[in-house]
Ligand binder design. Structure first.
Ligand code: C2E
Ligand code: SIN
Ligand code: SIN
Ligand code: FE
Ligand code: FE
Length: 381
């Protein structure tokens, strides 16, 4: 009797890194390496995310040579061929990017100029909702044959599931915060459009200082997703203080200031209670909640940190927060005009607020106004 079928063979799992607690980009790199063993011509993988509210597509993750291809966003309506993919739910194969680019968009030309000659693009859906694209770029043309594409589809869907897994943990966290806040404060003054604007201002600032501070797309996207949770600690502040229709007394200010520390503690609790340890870069959220009221000159709270002791994400969100607080109606104040708010920001720059972050916002007023137009005041602002 042969015992051959009892012999076990050593096999190295080429995707073993996917088991680890590492940033999503590292997992994408692992997937890319595994794909390259089979299809060496796949030189780059990129993931873009779609913002349903603003219809904007944003670069999120990439591997391989992406010089000059990072930190990019555009309205999906300005990218007709990608929009067609989304509408039909179909992937797109371009086997000769050079021919394709003749009557195409700038972005495609730029990708072709990097030397990429063919691409395969797969729209990503979660339970039927479109949320972005995966791009596979090749340095050789005519490589995406039907046999290759059948394999690429598997990888494409695996990457899509990896992204869904990450984003849905963040969505759970955001939903948990929202629900808690609705239960404890039926009249939370900072729901809705304030948070929508805040997070887009934060993204705008991060994106415009990205070169100088060497920020990658994943960082920018996390600042965007997490900034709307900056004031989560206000849930713990009593209504008499939070919703007071006038200036706060000294004691009330002391109570109010605890929202930063409390926010950090609540995030730690939520992560533990909902088992969200798999969210990467949770430190960005922790820093935003705890340090968004620190001031460059050390007069902020809760710790009185100075300069770059304050994490960059907190300096970014501070500018977005103050600008939106100034230009919104609060229970204790009327809304200021953009021009008045800009003047205040310029006074605070270098004192309380980070000068680079202030400049990033006020040098992009067209986009600021567009954000204000899309997310105009709701009843509580
Ligand atoms: P918030 O309304 O979201 O304001 C965020 C930050 O924007 C404030 O942080 C402050 O740095 C800035 N800010 C808001 N309004 C003004 C303003 O009229 N002038 C200037 N120069 N800056 C402004 P801050 O001061 O640490 O306050 C934190 C939170 O405390 C505020 O969040 C708000 O919820 C509450 N709060 C602050 N002052 C008062 C007040 O007089 N009355 C009431 N009811 N709440 C207040
Ligand atoms: C990318 O490859 O980075 C995105 C492609 C695109 O926006 O067309
Ligand atoms: C476009 O559809 O106009 C741009 C195509 C691309 O980004 O690949
Ligand atoms: Fe705050
Ligand atoms: Fe705020």
């Amino acid at each position: 009797m042969s015992k051959n079928n009892d012999v076990s063979v050593e096999h190295h799992d080429t995707l073993e890194n996917l088991n680890k607690h590492v940033p999503l980009r590292d997992k994408l790199v692992t997937a890319h390496e595994s794909i390259r063993q089979q299809f060496p011509f796949i030189a780059r993988i990129a993931v873009t995310l779609y913002d349903q509210e603003t219809r904007v597509l944003k670069t999120y993750l990439n591997t391989g040579d992406s010089m000059n291809l990072e930190n990019y966003h555009q309205l999906i309506d300005n990218s007709p061929s990608l929009k067609a993919l989304l509408d039909k739910g179909l992937p797109r194969v371009i086997n000769n990017l050079l021919t394709f680019t003749e009557d195409e968009h700038d972005r495609t030309k730029r990708i072709a100029r990097q030397g990429y000659k063919a691409s395969y693009t797969l729209p990503m859906f979660n339970e039927g909702d479109f949320f972005g694209f995966v791009f596979f770029n090749s340095m050789e043309r005519d490589v995406f044959t039907e046999a290759v594409l059948r394999q690429m589809d598997l990888y494409g869907h695996m990457i899509s599931l990896m992204v869904i897994n990450e984003l849905s943990a963040i969505k759970t966290l955001t939903a948990a915060v929202k629900t808690t806040s609705q239960i404890t404060h039926r009249r939370d003054p900072e729901t809705g459009s304030h948070l929508d604007r805040m997070s887009r201002y934060s993204r705008l600032i991060a994106s415009s200082i990205a070169k100088k501070y060497n920020l990658d797309d994943e960082y920018i996207e996390h600042v965007f997703m997490f900034s709307s949770l900056h004031d989560i600690g206000k849930i713990a502040i009593p209504d008499e203080v939070l919703l007071k229709p006038g200036r706060l007394t000294e004691e009330e200010i002391i109570v109010m200031k605890t929202h930063a520390r409390k926010g950090r503690e609540m995030i730690d609790d939520l992560v533990n209670n909902f088992g969200l340890h798999n969210i990467k870069h949770i430190d960005i959220l922790q820093n935003i909640a705890e340090y968004h009221h620190e001031a460059i000159n050390g007069t902020g709270y809760p710790e009185g940190r100075v300069q770059d002791e304050i994490p960059l994400e907190a300096r970014i969100v501070a500018v977005a927060d103050v600008f939106d607080a100034l230009t919104s109606t609060r229970p204790y104040k009327q809304a200021w005009s953009n021009q008045q708010a800009i003047e205040v920001l310029l006074e605070l720059a270098g004192e309380k607020l980070d000068r680079d972050c202030v400049n990033a916002l006020i040098n992009n007023m067209d986009e600021v106004e567009e954000i204000q137009r899309v997310f105009s005041e709701n009843q509580y602002g």
